[in-house]
Every structure is written in structure tokens, then in C-alpha cells.
Design a protein around this ligand. Structure first.
Ligand SMILES: O=C(O)CCC(=O)N[C@@H](CCC(=O)O)C(=O)O
Ligand SMILES: [Zn+2]
Length: 337
């Protein structure tokens, strides 16, 4: 196998490869760009016009998706997988991956769309570098298709194990076709955002015009301990996308895909913030109207008013000013294009 196919090994060891460019026997070019960043270019005759960004490790302890990208890249480097798409493989936070932690100084996934400029330190520099790498990858060419999957796992268990978050941009409708593709890849639910955000997928969606998603793929576990999460459907779908094969067999459908909209983001404003949920509560747990969800400084209270409300990503330990939970409600998909 080509040495550049071992991007994960190189990244975990903190090694820069001596040969930055390598070619597979079928003419696919691998180019190492930076720590944790590798570009794959198919031979011109096979290029189908898709620019595919696959990222994982934006949170360093979310290893199942890191292992998934490692398998895909090794498949390409072994000449077993024959790309028709241009691909950028990214491991977001190499230092956090080496330490097996979510982040080192601050959450990298809250530093995009320029937010890194208001900050300093390790993750702020990396967010800036990632924005440049991605903007360069997508380039200025028109007529190509831009797609980004930012792969994550969640801190806690979930009533719906594999789900996606679909960013938002003023005047732009969410795509039914992209949701059909996700459904075929084993994604069980999609949360449609309704305001801008500072996450990685929100950046590529709103600033670079890509179709972009954060995918949540089970619970975060250490390297080698991910046998409980079955990513076979997603892996098959990604292999098909890479090779330019149709992912969806038969009539595309959204049947079985649950849609949700954000009702409210719960923001932690101070150290007095208290979240009134059991520690082991699962994502997508329903909360009854009238439930006192959280309290914060100056007697502010978060009370559930929405019918059918569910909670995701409850985390009272986030830094002040950041999202400590999301309240979501079922969506009928009427706004899809
Ligand atoms: O389990 C949790 O509490 C967090 C899981 C996680 O890292 N989720 C992403 C979602 C990004 C998005 O909103 O698109 C995050 O919080 O960064
Ligand atoms: Zn994550």
C-alpha cells in the first residue's frame, strides 16, 4: 500500500511524510497537504465533477468515524477503491486525537466562519488552517458539485443512533435529494437547522456553498472499541459516492427518515447554569410541556412549552456563552426542495 494511505498512522505519530505526492496504479493521485489533510485526485478521464470533503476527528475522542475514513483511504491507496470524485480527507484535531480528548483548549467545532479570529491558541489556529484547506479544495471552479460530511459521534447514548444535522443559510432550501441519499446511507433522522452556526459543516454550507452535514454515528469510544456501532450502510454509501456509483437502488424515498426542526438552543450564560436532567439521559428523549429544563443567572428559567419536544446534546459543562442543549420538535418536511 502507498505510504500516504496511512494518513491516520502518520497523524497519530505526528509525522510529516517525506514523499508528499504518490500515484496509485490506476492513476489516482494522493497529495499530503498538512497534518491530517490529504487530497485525492482521480485521473481526468474518470473525474465525475464531485468534490467530496470527508472530515472526522474535529473532536479528537470520536474514533469510529476516524477509523471509517482510515478504511476508505487505505482502500484507495491499495488500489481497491477507484475514485471518480475529487476527495479531501481531513482529520480535524490531530493533537486532541493523539490525547484521546474532545479538544485541548477549546471546542474546535465552535470556531468556524471566522469565529477563530476572536480567539487564540491551538484550536483557533487549526480552525483557520482548516478553513483555508477547504476553501482551496473547493476552489473557484463552477459547475462542480460540493459535498461535505463531517463525521462525529455523540457524548451520550441516543434513542436514534445515527442522525444528521443539516445547516441553514438565508434563502436556501434544504435538499430532499440529499436527505434521500442520507437515508440510503443508514441515517435515521435529520435535524434541520434554522439559523446560522459556527460549526465546520455550517461553514462549508453557508460560506462555500457545499451541501454539508454533521453526521452523528453512535457514542464516542476509544480507538478499537467501536464494534457496537454498525457503519456498514454508511461505508457502502461512501464507497459508492467515491467511485461515482449510484447509492440509491430503486425509487429514492424519505420513508422512515424522521425529520426534526430546532425549536430552541439552550445557551449557558453563567457558572450558575443548572440543567435539570439525569446524567444518563439519552439524546432524543421526549420532554413534557411544563418541564423545568434549566436555570441560569438572574432567575432565568428554561421551561418546555413545545409539544413533542425532545432534547439533544445536553451538556452543562460547556463554556459560558455556548450551546448547552438543543430542544427539537418534529418537522413535516414542507420546506424541502
Ligand atoms: O454529544 C454531544 O453533546 C455533542 C456531539 C457533537 O459533537 N455534536 C456536534 C454537532 C455539530 C452541529 O451542530 O452540526 C457538536 O456539538 O459540535
Ligand atoms: Zn463531535
Amino acid at each position: 500500500m502507498l505510504a500516504l494511505g496511512k494518513l491516520l498512522e502518520l497523524t497519530l505519530a505526528g509525522h510529516e511524510p517525506s514523499a508528499k505526492i504518490q500515484l496509485t496504479p490506476d492513476g489516482t493521485r494522493l497529495r499530503w497537504l498538512d497534518e491530517g489533510a490529504l487530497e485525492v485526485t482521480p485521473p481526468a478521464a474518470r473525474d465525475n465533477g464531485l468534490d467530496l470533503l470527508l472530515s472526522a476527528g474535529v473532536h479528537g475522542n470520536e474514533t469510529a468515524p476516524i477509523e471509517l475514513l482510515d478504511r476508505l483511504l487505505r482502500g484507495i491507496a491499495r488500489n481497491e477503491l477507484h475514485p471518480a470524485a475529487r476527495i479531501l480527507f481531513l482529520f480535524g484535531n490531530p493533537e486532541a486525537m493523539r490525547r484521546g480528548e474532545r479538544y485541548i483548549e477549546q471546542d474546535l467545532n465552535r470556531l468556524f466562519s471566522g469565529r477563530h479570529e476572536q480567539s487564540s491558541g491551538f484550536e483557533a489556529i487549526r480552525a483557520c488552517d482548516l478553513e483555508h484547506l477547504v476553501a482551496t479544495f473547493f476552489g473557484k471552479q463552477t459547475g462542480r458539485t460540493r459535498l461535505h460530511y463531517d463525521l462525529h459521534t455523540a457524548i451520550r447514548g441516543s434513542k436514534i443512533e445515527q442522525f444528521a444535522l443539516y445547516p441553514w443559510q438565508e434563502g436556501r432550501a434544504h435538499s430532499r435529494r440529499e436527505l434521500e441519499r442520507l437515508r440510503a446511507a443508514g441515517i435515521e433522522a435529520v435535524l434541520l437547522q434554522n439559523k446560522s452556526s459556527i460549526t465546520f459543516s455550517a461553514y462549508t454550507y453557508a460560506q462555500l456553498g457545499a451541501e454539508a452535514f454533521t453526521l452523528e454515528l453512535g457514542k464516542a469510544r476509544a480507538f478499537g472499541q467501536n464494534e457496537l456501532v454498525n457503519l456498514d450502510l454508511l461505508e457502502n454509501a461512501l464507497r459508492a459516492l467515491i467511485e461515482g456509483r449510484n447509492v440509491i437502488s430503486g425509487e429514492p424515498t424519505l420513508d422512515g427518515l424522521q425529520l426534526f426542526a430546532v425549536s430552541r438552543e439552550v445557551i449557558k450564560h453563567s457558572d450558575s447554569f443548572r440543567l435539570h436532567l439525569p446524567d444518563d439521559i439519552e439524546n432524543f428523549t421526549e420532554l413534557e410541556p411544563g418541564y423545568l429544563l434549566a436555570e441560569d443567572i438572574a432567575d432565568s428559567r428554561w421551561i418546555v412549552e413545545e409539544k413533542g419536544a425532545r432534547i439533544i446534546f445536553p451538556n452543562p459543562k460547556v463554556k459560558n456563552g455556548l450551546r448547552a442543549a438543543i430542544l427539537i420538535v418534529p418537522d413535516d418536511g414542507a420546506g424541502l426542495l
